[in-house]
Design a protein around this ligand. Structure first.
Ligand code: 13P
Ligand code: SF4
Length: 311
């Protein structure tokens, strides 16, 4: 693709952003050209914190549905546009509120800890949210005698159980992209690059995380890459992160453990969709007031990370 081809689109986006008083937020997994046109790129926690403090009237959210919903919940007075409305997170769709109510029947007193990769509807029924960046710290806030139900990601849950030693009742959800990454992929890459360090996302299965030197959120991976002396880093997560890792660290080599590590929905948003979204005010995230109020509570508890007197 010629530079000119992208530059025209980027110029159009920048003009529309000014006209509409808009800001573009993007997740670390979206296409490289979308990351490059964004005003802020981050992991789920960084994006949630950023969404609370936006001056512009319009937020164009380039990521999956639950991320755009979280931005709306935290900044309900803003117009939040999701350029491709079909772009969801399959893991978030593995848990819904009625199923949680049923699941909780044997544990009526349990504390529910919900990964932000979940629907707004589910968030209205849980006690506290977490991301991959803060899950262990959130668990540490909960009194020892309490049962914990962790949902929807069983892999993140199992990795947190291993790290903290705290037993939890795990929901049977998973990320299809990370689930595909097998331990032998790491073993093979380590043979090929014997001096490389390995970083893995905690959505990977515990057997994969066990083989890594560090288990980190995407934001944590970017910090680690900046700080490490290692020159070769094997990366066990979605391929989109390689763009930013390589851009910020041109002197280091980043090796993805598999070309299959692609989240299809994260890759659906292209520059043309952003132009269309800004020109047509589409697709706006609409949530009713009650959902916003109820779903905001567990997200704010997570961000503020205080010892809440709620359990
Ligand atoms: P991070 O919060 O680490 O960016 O992860 C989000 C996600 O969807 C990973 O699959
Ligand atoms: Fe959901 Fe997995 Fe895609 Fe993240 S990588 S958005 S968890 S499907």
């Amino acid at each position: 693709m010629s530079v000119d081809y992208f530059q025209k689109k980027i110029d159009t986006i920048n003009r529309l952003k000014k006209e509409k008083n808009a800001i573009i937020l993007a997740h670390n997994y979206v296409l490289g050209e979308v990351q490059d046109v964004a005003d802020f790129v981050g992991d789920s926690l960084e994006l949630s914190i950023k969404a609370q403090n936006i001056d512009e009237d319009v937020i164009v959210f380039c990521g999956v549905q639950f991320m755009a919903e979280t931005a709306k919940i935290l900044s309900p007075e803003k117009t939040v546009l999701h350029p491709v409305k079909e772009c969801g997170c399959p893991m978030a769709d593995m848990a819904d509120a009625p199923s949680l109510r049923e699941f909780m029947k044997p544990y009526p007193e349990a504390v529910t800890v919900c990964y932000v990769n979940s629907t707004a509807e589910l968030k209205t029924e849980v006690d506290i949210c977490c991301t991959s960046a803060n899950a262990a710290e959130i668990i540490a806030l909960i009194p020892k005698e309490k049962d914990i139900i962790f949902l929807p990601d069983k892999n993140l849950g199992a990795n947190v159980v291993k790290d903290t030693g705290r037993e939890m009742i795990l929901w049977d959800g998973f990320c299809p992209t990370h689930m595909r990454l097998r331990p032998d992929y790491i073993i093979r890459k380590k043979k090929e690059y014997p001096h490389a360090v390995v970083i893995a996302h905690p959505e990977c299965r515990p057997e994969v995380v066990e083989l890594a030197d560090q288990s980190l959120s995407t934001g944590g991976m970017l910090r680690f890459a900046r700080e490490t002396d290692a020159k070769q880093i094997i990366v066990a997560t979605e391929l989109g992160i390689i763009h930013r890792l390589q851009k910020e660290n041109p002197d280091k080599q980043f090796i993805s453990i598999s070309e299959q590590a692609v989240c299809m929905t994260m890759k659906m948003i292209e520059l043309d969709h952003i132009i269309y979204a800004l020109e047509n005010n589409e697709t706006e995230i609409i949530l009713d007031e009650e959902t916003i109020e109820k779903a905001k509570l567990p997200i704010l508890r997570m961000i503020e990370m205080k010892d809440f007197n709620i359990w």
